[in-house]
Each structure stands twice: as C-alpha cells, then as structure tokens.
Design a protein around this ligand. Structure first.
Ligand code: ADP
Ligand code: MG
Length: 596
C-alpha cells in the first residue's frame, strides 16, 4: 500500500480536540495509556499463541521498551506484542469502535474539568499521546504477517492521518511521540521511571529502559582543567534494565501492597480518576482456586445504565489475560464492581460460551458475589458512628480503619443503590442479605438512609407491617393524601422513588417476618393500630354512606372498580388506590411509558 491520507471518524476528531484541551492538567497519564496498550498487545499475543505457537516467531519473551532521543525530541514506547496490520491500524487508530461512544459524546458538557473526568472514565487511551505530542508515528507489524507487511501511521492529531506499508522485521508496535516544547521533561530517564513506577508497576511484563551513566565532558583545553571542559551528561550504555516490579499486583501478598498501589491499579483497570471506595483482595482455596481483587468505585460510570453495559471484572487464568468484562463472573446487578479474577483451574483456551457452563465459574461467581456483599455489609456497619455505645453501655473503641469507613455506605448507596435493588429479582439466594442492604427515604428522613431494620426498630406498638409508598419524586410521595392517617398516627412510611422499586418489591414480600405493605393498595388495614372507637366510627360511616357510594359507583362505573369509605384520609376528601392484587399506579404508568 502506497502512502494514503485518511480522515479520522468525526467522533475521533472531536475527542482529540477535547483530549488535548481538557486533559492538560493531567499530562502524564499518556504514559500509563500507552504502556497499558503495549501490555494489552502482549496479552493478546500470548492468548492467540495458545493455539498457534508460531506467532512467537523467534522472540518468545514479551516486553515493553521505553526509549527517548533528546536530539530528535522523541519518546518511543515499543512492544513485541500482537502488532497491527495496516487495516487494523486504520480501524483501531482512526475510529472509535467501542459501544457507548455516542452516549459518551452526549454527556460532555463543555466544562473542561468535568469533561476531563468523563474522558478518563471512557479511556481515550491511544489518543492521550496527543496531550504531549504534536505528531505521533506508529510503526507496527502484526505477529504472523511477513516483514514487508508492516505499517506506518502518522498523524498530527487534527483532521487526518497517513498510512503506508513498510518493512519491519520485528513483530509488535512502536509508538513514537514527537514531543511538544512544553513536554520536554519526558526526555529524562528519571522522570519516565517515576511516572512508570506510579502507574505501571503492576504491569505483569517487564518494562525496560536503557541504562545511563554519567560521563564527564571532554577536555578541550588540557591546560585549563575547569574552563576547558565540555559540559558532562548522562549517556546510554547499551545495557537494559527492568524498571517495574513486573509482577501482577494481585499475585503479590497483601502486606506488600500499599493502599496507594491498590488505588493506582484500580485507576488503570477502571479508567476512573477517583480512588475506589473500598476493595477486597483474597486468595480463595478449596475445590476451586482463584484470586480475587474486587473494587467498589466511588462514582457510577457514565454508562452504568447502558443496556449492554458489561461487568467490569477481568478474567485471568494463571496470570494470562483471558478477557475483559467477563459477565459470567459477576451478576448483572453488581456490574459496577471492577477488578480481576485469576483462576488456577480454568483451561487457558476458555471461551465465553464455555464460561457460562463451567462449574468452576459458577463457584467463582458465587464466591465473588458473596465477597462484594460482605464488603457492602462492612461499609454499612460502619456508616454511622452515632452509636459508639453498645448494648452493655460500653463505649466501643473506634479505630482509624472504622473511622475511615464512615459515610461510605451512604455515598455508595446514592450512586449504586438503584442497581443493587435489581438483585432482589435476579439473585434469589442472596435476597435476604440484599434486603438488609437497601436504604430508603421515609416520612422521618429525606435522605436514603433508612434500612428495613432501622424501620422495624422504630415500629409503633401493635404495628404489623412495614408501610411504603411509591411515587415519581420525593415531594410527590411526601404529599400523597394516602399518607394522611399515617402522619396523624405518627407511623413512619418508607418513601420509594426509584423506578425499579415497584418491580423490585414484587420479589420482596416481607422483611424478617414482617410483611411489606403499600399504603396505596386496597383497603389499608391498620390492624391493632386502630382502636375500637375508630373501628366503630369507620363501620358506621361506611353504613351511612352506602347510598352515596352506590351513586358514585354508578357515575364512575367505567373508570373505577370500586368506591369505598376509607379511614386512610384525614384532610383530603378522596384519593385513588389500586386493588390489593392490582398493578400499582406507579407500575402502570411505567409500563404505559414503555409502550405496553
Ligand atoms: P483501548 O486500549 O481501550 O482499546 P486505545 O485507544 O488505548 O483503546 O487503543 C485503541 C486500539 O488500538 C486498541 O484496542 C488496539 O486494538 C489498538 N492498539 C493500540 N495500541 C496498540 C499496540 N501497542 N499494539 C497493538 N494494538 C494497539
Ligand atoms: Mg488502551
């Protein structure tokens, strides 16, 4: 293929503009992205080579080399991974194939700071090179192709890029960054090592740099020892050294990993700028052996509600990367969880189809689900420290660890509570544990902090049900006439305003033996909460109003199934309710909206 000039897909051009303008304050991440691409490329090679050993050609060891050339002002990241064919370079470096791109573009606000965060989440990857470079040259050859089937891709990061065929004996890819004037600091081994240590220490393959040593400047005038010497400098020695730890983070013992390292690793795999809320790192032994490193993010990613949003857990088998987004490893209602699972038992050539059927995978999924639930339970337990006195009146010692967990569950819940609720319908085995983790607003709390257990502890003498109401908004729920009698009697009612509430509650009829009852359904039976006099008054009223009811029923016969005298209203003259077994008004509205 002779040289040709092609245009970036419109979204790429837009993205490039954003990248160079809004990620400026966080320049150094370009190195993390490029090293991570190099590492991905090596993972892909190892994976493809499982079935085709010839792909290794004569270089079975995969590695990444980082070099720079001061005079030419270039920084180069070279890997001997899978490489790209010319078509792949055009496709992968000229378009964004990822689903959700449109969504992502739509979310951009024009506010640089906010957008920078989103871009980070989205993972612009390769294009981040343009933060520091005004030109990028990529030279690559795909493993298995002939030496003369290499490709050179060059772009200045605006509208278009050039591609041409080249000869490249070495398999893999070099990304050559032609640095901008203000990015000169990356022409320095010390700086590069520092950034790589920060972001890429955990990368499981070696990252190499050429060793340098100090060399005095040459003596120009031997008679003048000080004045006649050229300035000295660092010179390359031709010897290479590994500058990262090169062992996958999750394979190291917990005690050797700092919180910062855990957080950095999280940022690399999640593309999140923020540190995670919490994580769990465990080696599970027994019938099925695996290591899990699971994180709960602090913020929901922009695509959490995408229909095709995949789980965020990567699958490794004996440290070999197998696949991203392994949905079989985590139920859909925990799709916000990020992390790595490394199995010792699965075959290396496991496919997505096989995963669905594997008994080991089922065990991993169950174990990981339980692990996430216990992380959440732990956060929930330490969410509030207003009760530092336990039942015996002894004040608990609050240690720093516990203290650090304060408020985290509330934060978690406001981001992910609605997703968690899906679990009621999806994961019957853990339904009770999930129910305990749910939080709602109520007539005594505007924030999502009331759990069923809190509610039960506050129930009135004689109260036999957990009362709730569903509505579109908190204001609508709070002002519903259906709450009047509850307010008058001082009975707390849970206010549910999530779209999924109605659906989710179909799967939860009681909590710990106490039935859940909608205040908007059927005749509200307040049971023992109503005294004899009230019951009598209600019966008498029902009797007295019989003729009126008959007339109303006749008048509304196409619209209302029944018209009843009620004791649920105090101030309002009338309200709508649904039959006990009927669909709630909320659910009916939802289905109508969905076109059913
Ligand atoms: P991501 O890594 O999330 O897929 P990037 O923008 O970082 O997104 O990279 C885009 C694509 O370009 C990659 O998916 C890959 O196909 C290709 N690519 C980038 N760098 C390399 C590399 N060093 N070797 C092979 N392919 C690469
Ligand atoms: Mg990438």
């Amino acid at each position: 293929m002779s040289k040709q000039t092609l245009s970036f897909q419109a979204e790429v051009a837009q993205l490039l503009h954003l990248v160079t303008h809004s990620l400026y304050s966080n320049q150094e991440i370009f190195l993390r992205e490029l090293v991570s691409n190099a590492s991905d490329a090596c993972d892909k090679l190892r994976f493809e080579a499982l079935n085709n050993n010839a792909l290794y050609e004569d270089a079975p060891n995969v590695e990444v080399r980082v070099t720079f050339d001061k005079a030419a002002r270039t920084l180069t990241i070279t890997d001997n991974g899978i490489g790209m064919s010319a078509q792949e370079a055009i496709d992968h470096l000229g378009t964004i194939a990822k689903s959700g791109t449109k969504d992502f573009m739509g979310k951009l606000s024009g506010d640089q700071k906010q957008d920078a965060q989103l871009i980070g989440q989205f993972g612009v990857g390769f294009y981040s090179g343009f933060i520091v470079a005004d030109k990028i040259t990529v030279e690559s050859r795909r493993a298995g192709l002939k030496a003369d089937e290499g490709v050179r891709w060059v772009s200045g990061g605006s509208g278009d890029f050039e591609v041409e065929t080249i000869t490249r004996p070495a398999r893999g890819t070099s990304v050559i960054l032609h640095l901008r004037d203000d990015a000169e600091e990356y022409l320095n081994a010390w700086k590069l090592k520092q950034v790589i240590a920060k972001y890429s220490d955990h990368i499981s393959l070696p990252i190499l740099m050429e060793k340098e040593e100090w060399k005095d400047g040459e003596l120009i005038n031997p008679n003048d020892e000080n004045g006649g010497r050229q300035p000295g400098g660092m010179v390359k020695t031709g010897e290479w050294e590994t500058i990262n730890k090169a062992s996958a983070l999750w394979t190291r013992p917990k005690k050797d990993i700092t919180d910062e390292q855990y957080a950095e690793f999280y940022k690399t795999i999640s593309h999140d700028h923020e540190a995670p809320l919490t994580w769990a790192h465990n080696r599970v032994e027994g019938n099925t052996e695996y290591t899990q490193l699971l994180y709960i993010p602090a913020k929901a990613s922009f695509d959490l509600w995408n229909r095709d949003k995949k789980a965020g857990v990567k699958l490794y088998v004996k440290r070999v990367f197998i696949m991203d987004d392994a949905e079989a490893l985590m139920p859909s209602y925990l799709r916000f969880v990020k992390g790595v699972i490394d199995s010792a038992d699965l075959p290396l050539n496991v496919s997505r189809e096989l995963l669905q059927e594997s008994r080991d995978v089922r065990a991993i999924r169950e174990g990981s689900t339980k692990r996430v639930l216990s992380m959440l339970e732990d956060l929930a337990k330490h969410d509030r420290h207003d009760t530092t006195q336990n039942a015996d009146g002894v004040t608990d010692v609050v240690d720093a660890d516990d203290k650090a967990k304060e408020g985290k569950y509330t934060a978690f819940y406001s981001e992910f509570g609605a997703v968690l609720k899906e679990g009621l319908g999806e994961d019957f085995g853990n339904r009770e544990r999930l129910a305990k983790l749910l939080r709602f607003a109520s007539t005594s709390s505007d924030t999502l902090t009331v759990g069923f257990a809190d509610y039960k502890a506050r129930m009135k003498e004689g109260q036999e049900a957990i009362y709730y109401i569903t509505a579109d908004t908190l204001a609508a729920a709070k002002n519903s006439p259906q709450l009047e009698v509850f307010k008058k009697k001082g009975i707390e009612v849970l206010l549910m305003t999530d779209r999924v509430d109605e659906w989710a509650l179909n799967y939860l009829h009681d909590f710990d033996g106490t039935p859940l009852q909608s205040v908007a359904k059927g005749a509200v039976d307040l049971g023992k909460l109503q005294d004899e006099a009230e019951k009598k008054a209600a019966e008498e009223a029902a009797e007295a109003f019989k003729p009126v009811l008959a007339k109303l029923k006749e008048a509304l016969k196409d619209k209302a199934e029944d018209v009843r005298v009620t004791s649920r209203l105090v101030d309002s003259p009338a309200c709508l309710v649904v039959q006990d077994d009927g669909m709630s008004t909320q659910l009916a509205r939802m289905l109508k909206q969905a076109g059913q």
